[in-house]
Design a protein around this ligand. Structure first.
Ligand code: AP5
Length: 208
C-alpha cells in the first residue's frame, strides 16, 4: 500500500476516521489543518500568513501548503507512506502531490451539507491527546478521555459563519478533485452519514 488520502467536506469525519484507521494500518496521520494550527500557535511566519485565511474559512495558498507537506514527508515515519487528512484540497495540490508520493487510495467520506453545521459546531477535542469528540454524536465518556488527562479544546473556526465559508470553498475548489482522482482510478466513496464504526469498517474494507 502507498499513501492514503482522506477526502471530504469540513466535518465529514476525516480526522475521526484517520485516528481509527491509523490503529489498523500504522500509517501516520498528516493533517494540514493540524499543521497550520500548530504554526499559528507557535507564531511562525507560516502561521501568521495562514491565520487570516483560516479565520475566514478560506483555503491557504497552495505554495504555503506544499512547502509544509514537502518537509513533513521527508520525516522518517513517512517512509512507508502516510494518511493525508485535508490534503490535497485543490487540483494544483493534487498535481504536486503526484510528483511527491505514491497514492494508492483516495477515500471520500460523503456527508450532505445540511449535516455539516451541526457536526462542526458541536465538535470538541482533547487538548492532551487530540482525540475528537462531539457534544451529542460522540460525547466524552463519563470517566473522561482514554488518555486520562482530558482537557477540552474547541477550534476558533468552528462557528456557523466560518463553516458556511469552508463549505463554499469545498464545493468550489476541492470537490473538482473527485473527478481528477476518478480519472486515475483511485477514488472510492463511502456514505459518511452513518454511525462512526460502520464508516470505519467500510474504509478498512476498501483498503484490504
Ligand atoms: P481542517 O482542519 O482540515 O478542517 P476541515 O477540512 O474543515 O475538516 P475538519 O477538521 O473540520 O473536519 P473532519 O472531516 O476532520 O471532521 P472530524 O473528524 O473532526 O482545515 C482548517 C482550515 O485550514 C481550512 O479552512 C483552511 O483554511 C486550512 N487548510 C487546511 N488544509 C488545507 C489545504 N490542504 N489547503 C488549503 N488550506 C488548508 O468530525 C467533525 C465532528 O463530527 C466531530 O465532532 C466528530 O466527533 C463528529 N463526527 C465524526 N464522524 C461522525 C459521524 N459518523 N456521525 C456523527 N458525528 C460524527
Amino acid at each position: 500500500m502507498g499513501s492514503i488520502v482522506l477526502f471530504g467536506p469540513p466535518g465529514a469525519g476525516k480526522g475521526t476516521q484517520a485516528q481509527r484507521i491509523m490503529e489498523h494500518t500504522g500509517l501516520p496521520q498528516v493533517s494540514t489543518g493540524d499543521m497550520l494550527r500548530a504554526a499559528v500557535k507557535a507564531g511562525t511566519q507560516v502561521g501568521l500568513e495562514a491565520k487570516r485565511y483560516m479565520d475566514e474559512g478560506a483555503l491557504v495558498p497552495d505554495e504555503v501548503i506544499l512547502a509544509l507537506i514537502e518537509e513533513r514527508i521527508q520525516e522518517p515515519d513517512a517512509v512507508d507512506g502516510v494518511m493525508f487528512d485535508g490534503f490535497p484540497r485543490t487540483v494544483p495540490q493534487a498535481e504536486a502531490l503526484s510528483e511527491l508520493a505514491d497514492i494508492s487510495h483516495v477515500l471520500a467520506i460523503e456527508v450532505p451539507d445540511e449535516r455539516i453545521v451541526e457536526r462542526i459546531c458541536g465538535r470538541l477535542t482533547c487538548g492532551t491527546c487530540g482525540t475528537v469528540f462531539h457534544d451529542t454524536f460522540n460525547p466524552v465518556p463519563a470517566d473522561g478521555c482514554s488518555c486520562g488527562q482530558f482537557e477540552e479544546k474547541r477550534r476558533v473556526d468552528d462557528n456557523e459563519e466560518t463553516v458556511l465559508n469552508r463549505l463554499d470553498a469545498y464545493h468550489r475548489q476541492t470537490s473538482p478533485l473527485a473527478a481528477w482522482y476518478l480519472e486515475r482510478g483511485l477514488f472510492h466513496r463511502v456514505d459518511g452519514d452513518r454511525d462512526i464504526a460502520a464508516i470505519t469498517a467500510d474504509l478498512l474494507a476498501l483498503l484490504e
